[in-house]
Design a protein around this ligand. Structure first.
Ligand code: NAD
Ligand code: MG
Length: 405
């Protein structure tokens, strides 16, 4: 890259937890990067107009584009007002506006930080357009992993993980590359995903049956959006991450393991054929994996706190409990099955999480609902995108039916 060039970053889901951290990372990079300039070229929000207005007001330099992905706001007075926040910035509406930004020649990097299957089309468009994609939206790989991989190979897009576990694995794999040759690094034997265990790590099944929304949202080590917080409590987040790892690193499900690590300092590990295990460590803060996905292969000073060596850190590893967290086994099954399995289970999970947050089902119904819907579907091994999207709708209905809703 040319010295002093500006890298244009499109942030999809800018109003969310990852999006907000990304805006801070971009502002920080403009203070510390002596080689490149950074611009949040586009920022999207779905319904939170106030937050989107704040994000585009604070960005320096000014964004070129704001996107409101919920089309019901199109041309409302309040939405038009956002465009006036920065001179020269325009605003566009609806899911197609995201795809258009993803394909814009000016955009260098797309940060895919929309939550859920809703992020699929815009993420896929960025991959098809050959962009660098900083991928937080794990659900896209869960739903359509093989299609995303194919698009990546065809376009030459780079998919760099933002999910802290996958960033850790990516970083660990790089360390075994020989410094003196251009040979690719050896293939890992096992990817060992760490899991905090979430707020219910020590709860009994009975306690979990009666878990409230508040207690499920209270994550011990990470501060995140509602959907991923509930996923962490059920450990479906780890299941989604098993499937994400399967497609991101193109390794079979049986090369992936999960270990519980409550402190969230070891973000994941890689084991090689000789038994050597490499781990990546840092205090829990998403700014590090976000920044690394933006600046890779460069490493710049980061606002995330470093590991403080003047105090004691306990790093404990526990065996994951498949009995209390049955979603884990489901994750391995779905990763092994491929095909339509990911789309179905992801949709069932999204629907069930929504029902739980609305107080319509119990906490433990989330995973049992996912399991039932998975078992009620007829597996297809090489579905096109249109079929995956049909099954997404089917699985949501099936989930509601299961609870007579
Ligand atoms: P969040 O709920 O804080 O933000 C979600 C964003 O998506 C918001 O900007 C929202 O406006 C947008 N959005 C919601 N529905 C949409 C729709 N239908 N169409 C378009 N945009 C929509 O979520 P988050 O915690 O920032 O998570 C975002 C993604 O990153 C998720 O896939 C999550 O699994 C992943 N992730 C998050 C973290 C974390 O620490 N928060 C860590 C790893 C991975
Ligand atoms: Mg994660």
């Amino acid at each position: 890259v040319d010295a002093n060039r500006t890298l244009n970053v499109a942030v999809f889901g800018a109003t969310g937890s990852i999006g907000t951290a990304t805006a801070e990372v971009i502002a920080h990079l403009n203070r510390v990067d002596t080689q490149l300039k950074w611009r949040m070229w586009a920022a999207s929000g779905h319904r939170n107009l106030e937050r989107l207005a704040q994000i585009v007001s604070a960005a320096d330099p000014a964004p070129h584009r704001a996107v409101l992905s919920d089309p019901t706001f199109a041309d409302s007075d309040r939405a038009r007002q956002i465009a006036t926040v920065r001179p020269g910035m325009s605003i566009t509406y609806g899911p197609d506006a995201l795809v258009e930004v993803a394909q814009s020649p000016e955009v260098d990097i797309v940060v895919a930080a929309i939550v859920g299957r809703a992020g699929l089309e815009s993420t896929l468009a960025a991959v098809e357009a050959g962009k660098r994609v900083a991928l937080a939206n794990k659900e896209t790989l869960v739903v359509a992993g093989p299609l995303v991989r194919r698009a990546m190979v065809a376009s030459g897009a780079e998919i760099l993980p933002v999910d802290s576990e996958h960033s850790a694995i990516f970083q660990c794999m790089g360390t075994s590359a020989s410094p003196s040759t251009t040979q690719p690094p050896p293939k890992p034997k096992k990817l060992i995903l760490t899991a905090s265990g979430g707020p219910f790590r020590t709860w009994t099944k009975e306690q979990m049956q009666a878990a409230t929304v508040e207690s499920a949202l209270a994550h011990p080590t990470w501060n995140m959006g509602a959907k991923i917080s509930i996923d962490s409590a059920t450990m479906m987040n780890k299941s989604l991450e098993i499937i994400e790892a399967r497609w991101l690193f193109d390794l079979p499900a049986d090369a992936i393991e999960v270990v519980v690590h409550p402190q969230s300092i070891i973000h994941s590990m890689v084991e090689f054929d000789d038994g050597s295990v490499i781990a990546q460590m840092s205090p829990p803060d998403m700014k590090l994996p976000i920044q690394y996905a933006l600046t890779y292969p460069r490493r710049l000073e980061c606002e995330s706190p470093g590991l403080d060596r003047s105090r004691r850190w306990d790093l404990s590893l526990e065996v994951a409990d498949h009995d209390r967290f049955p979603g884990l086994a489901l994750g391995f099954e779905v990763a092994a099955a491929g095909g339509t399995a990911g789309a179905v289970v992801n949709a069932a999970n999204e629907e069930a999480v929504g029902l739980f947050l609305n107080g319509q089902i119990r906490f433990t119904d989330i995973v049992s609902g996912c399991r039932d819907v998975f078992q009620n579907h007829t597996h297809e091994s090489d579905p096109p995108l249109s079929r995956l999207l049909e099954l997404d709708i089917w699985a949501r209905k099936e989930t509601r039916n299961r609870f007579q809703l």
